[in-house]
Design a protein around this ligand. Structure first.
Ligand SMILES: [Ca+2]
Ligand SMILES: [Ca+2]
Length: 189
């Protein structure tokens, strides 16, 4: 007796088990193709083959936060005119009049909040504390974090990783549920 060939049909996907919120589901159902493109772009922005996990997201988040922090520390050190590793009030005064717009606003914030111990100089520890404070007020993190959380729910096989194929399956299942079809398979990477 010849064994039956393995089924080629897409495995039945229990959408309810994934725990997507009604809001997430209807947002995907509204325009599945656009959602899929957005999810792929997000996933591929996090890892070269688009496979993501909590660990991948945390690691990428640490890297991008360090890069931002480094950029802010570097910008502040650009005001260290005598290269002694600290910013004095004289240095701030000298630089302030050359700046406009956002950079001027940032320097004013540094001037008014940067000197933690009140000794008239903003030293390296204070510059780092300033950069960390600035980072906490960033909006970008909260926005992308929400999309990452949506993607992490698409772990169809429950192995802790979400692949592009799993994302496609979930979006296709939601689209099919709402009577929309024609979700393209992922293109070869
Ligand atoms: Ca100080
Ligand atoms: Ca998985």
């Amino acid at each position: 007796m010849v064994p039956a060939p393995p089924a080629r049909a897409e495995p039945v996907l229990d959408l309810a088990r994934l725990g997507l919120t009604a809001r997430e589901t209807s947002s995907i159902a509204r325009d599945p193709a656009a959602s899929l493109r957005r999810f792929y772009t997000t996933a591929l922005g996090l890892s070269p083959d688009g496979t993501i996990s909590q660990q991948v997201i945390e690691s990428r988040d640490r890297i991008s936060r360090a890069r931002l922090r480094g950029g802010r520390i570097g910008a502040v050190l650009g005001y260290d005119l005598n290269d002694d590793g600290a910013i004095s009030s004289e240095e701030i005064a000298a630089v302030l009049d050359t700046l406009t717009g956002r950079r001027r606003a940032d320097l004013l914030i540094l001037r008014d909040s940067g000197d933690g111990n009140g000794d008239g100089r903003i030293d390296m520890a204070e510059i780092r504390a300033y950069a960390a404070r600035q980072q906490r007020t960033s909006l970008l993190t909260a926005l992308s974090a929400r999309r990452y959380q949506t993607l992490l729910k698409m772990d169809v096989d429950g192995d802790g990783k979400v692949t592009l194929e799993e994302i496609r399956m979930v979006v296709a299942a939601i689209a099919a549920q709402r009577g929309k079809t024609g979700i393209a398979p992922p293109t070869k990477l």
